[in-house]
Design a protein around this ligand. Structure first.
Ligand SMILES: Cc1cc2nc3c(=O)[nH]c(=O)nc-3n(C[C@H](O)[C@H](O)[C@H](O)COP(=O)(O)OP(=O)(O)OC[C@H]3O[C@@H](n4cnc5c(N)ncnc54)[C@H](O)[C@@H]3O)c2cc1C
Length: 599
């Protein structure tokens, strides 16, 4: 498949905090090729024509229906995007799998089923399987003959997954591992044929196993009664003296954590893409409704407060979509750079590892964006939004899980800073020299700054200053707490919020600048408006987080000095976000859809 390649080598993971790439150096949705779009179109058509019409039956858990649809989607290659062609998969590049995920995610129940099968249920084999294991299982997963599931969580161990109690011991004959334990919350649990199960060999060595449903002692439990994603299956899986052939150890004994966490990395990025897809459908539904519903003799969509909601939904979606495709572009470029050396799946895994910070950002920021979008959609529908007969009600319930699975947003917030600090300490990321340089700049006092020129130039300066605020806040926090920083969770999460806002702001900025350069300022004007609103509001949030972090680290005269410095970095022009949001709302309402699709 034709792949769009960035003009420059991909930036290193996390380096967005230190560098300012040129707009042409990032991938944006406008760079998606026709082939990649076609895959998205096939996925969307499948969901619209095959899945949505039977959504009521899926929600009621009509026996066999979700499994049947999964198999149908597999026949179209929609369930094996990341599986190499030699094992029967679609062998798509990272951009195409991202487009596929986005477009297949209109209905939460199916999006979850897809993620568990094509993502976390299949990728352990793609990345870590032996040749024999891949040949045996991947074609079956790709064709839908087998449906996959990923079994890490247990009743007492979710976030703290390494505390799992499932045990594995080699039998006397040395032919099978005997697994005993209970897995909890397993997506696709009720109808999966293949479970990737994590257990501790001899009570301590965390190991991944490939477990077929038909293996003696493997027994899924009853469906859980969930708040949302009713169309998807979630069950416990019981392992009672379950006999697993020793050839079904995945990767190495005692290296299960490597399998588990690398696969979750991939899952987190995918979840972010899925949230973008889900939100687009919700915005379209809400915009249409705003024209149908009348109050006070007007369409409710004519009221400023409804326009403001539609605009803000689109603006937050724009920011997340910009981040997701920027990151996908980096991953794809990193893979292309590694092509020719080593194995393709391994290269993909390394690329995912390199951008693990960006993947956690995609997960957290994407899921919180979707929660915002569905919440406002319910509000636009008023009382009808609270009724099961209306689609936004289901979307609202379905969205909530995204902040919980694939690592809760609390865990991911902490991971973002943990991974950044690890990179900083190992010298992979020059955060410490940058913080020291900033300290010198602060000591030197204010310098004359030229007025920036060009489209969104003021916003570019705002972002450069936000990066300085982060270095100021993180530098102080690290100096004070050093290796104990992780214990200061509220501070860590505050720093993490700054990191996410910076990536979101910059991705929004660069995409709008790239669009304006390619199509002209007039054609890109609404996108520029969206970027300006987003950056203006996000800068306020960064300001707030920086104050909070600095107040937690310094006191007395030092605190006063730090706050004065912060004020200097916080200078930025005032933006009329009400007027700009009205323009974005008009663009949404003109077509009843997200206005920046493919742009
Ligand atoms: C519908 C659904 C589908 C799922 N699918 C799968 C699946 O297919 N496979 C699978 O293996 N698992 C799956 N899960 C499990 C999911 O990954 C876990 O629920 C999740 O990781 C959270 O774990 P927990 O529920 O045990 O919550 P806990 O870990 O008990 O967390 C409870 C709260 O405490 C917070 N917390 C925990 N530790 C810390 C900490 N160190 N610092 C600060 N806060 C902390 C959490 O953020 C959360 O807010 C699914 C769950 C659901 C509900």
């Amino acid at each position: 498949m034709a792949t769009s390649v960035l003009s420059k080598p991909a930036a290193k993971g996390g380096s967005f905090l230190l560098e300012s790439p040129a707009p042409q150096d990032i991938f944006t949705p406008a760079d998606i090729t026709d082939d990649q779009k076609l895959i998205g179109q096939t996925a969307e058509e499948f969901v619209v024509k095959e899945v949505l019409p039977v959504a009521k039956d899926l929600e009621a858990k009509k026996p066999g229906l979700m499994a049947e649809l999964t198999r149908k989607a597999a026949e179209l290659g929609l369930m094996s995007g990341a599986t190499p062609e030699e094992y029967g998969g679609a062998g798509l590049d990272k951009i195409a799998t991202t487009v596929l995920t986005e477009k297949i995610s209109i209905y939460g129940g199916f999006a979850t089923t897809h993620g568990a099968h094509a993502g976390i249920g299949t990728l352990p084999l793609v990345y870590f399987g032996t040749e024999e294991q891949k040949k045996k299982y991947l074609p079956k997963l790709a064709s839908g003959e087998f449906i996959g599931a990923y079994c890490l969580s247990e009743p007492q161990a979710g976030s703290d997954a390494q505390n799992l109690l499932t045990r594995a011991a080699l039998n006397k004959e040395g032919t099978h591992y005997i697994l005993n334990g209970q897995k909890m919350w397993i997506t696709n649990g009720g109808f999966a044929d293949l479970y990737i199960v994590f257990a501790k060999v001899d009570g301590e060595k965390l190991t991944a196993f490939i477990v077929e449903r038909t293996f003696p002692g493997c027994k899924p439990g009853n469906e859980e009664h969930k708040m949302g994603i009713h169309g998807s299956s979630t069950t416990p899986v019981f392992l009672e003296n379950c006999m697993v052939p020793k050839e079904n150890v995945l990767h190495e004994i005692g290296r299960g954590h490597i399998v588990a966490f690398n696969v979750l990395n991939a899952g987190r990025f995918t979840l972010g893409a899925s949230c973008v897809g889900g939100s687009k459908h919700v915005l379209a539904t809400a915009s249409k409704y705003s024209k149908e519903r009348k109050a006070f003799g007007k369409q409710i969509g004519d009221f400023g407060l409804i326009k403001e909601k539609l605009a803000e939904m689109a603006i937050r979606m724009y920011a997340v979509e910009s981040m997701i495709y920027r990151s996908a572009g980096y991953m794809e470029a990193a893979m292309n750079a590694a092509a020719g050396s080593g194995n393709k799946s391994q290269n993909m895994m390394k690329a995912l590892e390199e951008y693990a910070i960006e993947s956690s950002i995609a997960k957290v920021y994407g899921s919180e964006m979707l929660d915002y979008v569905v919440d406002e959609a319910v509000q636009i529908f008023g009382g009808y939004g609270f009724h099961e007969d209306y689609p936004v009600c289901r979307a609202y319930r379905d969205s909530r899980i995204n902040r919980i699975f694939e690592g809760t947003n609390e865990i991911n917030r902490m991971l973002i800073i943990q991974m950044l600090m690890k990179r900083a300490m190992s010298g992979q990321l020059a955060l410490i020299p940058a913080a020291m340089k900033l300290a010198d700049e602060i000591l030197a006092g204010p310098s004359f700054e030229e007025t920036p020129e060009g489209i969104l130039a003021e916003e570019a300066r705002t972002i450069a200053n936000a990066k300085k605020m982060f270095l100021q806040a993180a530098g102080g926090a690290l100096q004070k707490y050093r290796e104990k920083l992780a214990d200061e969770q509220e501070l860590v999460a505050t720093l993490s919020n700054m990191v996410m806002e910076i990536y979101a702001m910059e991705s929004s900025l660069l995409r709008a600048q790239k669009a304006a350069a390619a199509k002209g300022e007039a054609a890109a004007s609404v996108m520029v408006d969206a970027a300006r609103v987003f950056i203006s509001d996000a800068a306020e949030r960064v300001d707030h987080y920086a104050k909070r972090a600095i107040a937690a680290v310094h006191e007395g005269d030092m605190l006063t000095t730090q706050m004065a410095v912060l004020k200097r970095f916080g200078k930025r022009p005032v933006v009329d976000t009400i007027a700009l949001r009205r323009r974005v709302a008009a663009a949404v309402q003109a077509q009843d859809r997200y206005p920046f699709e493919g742009r």
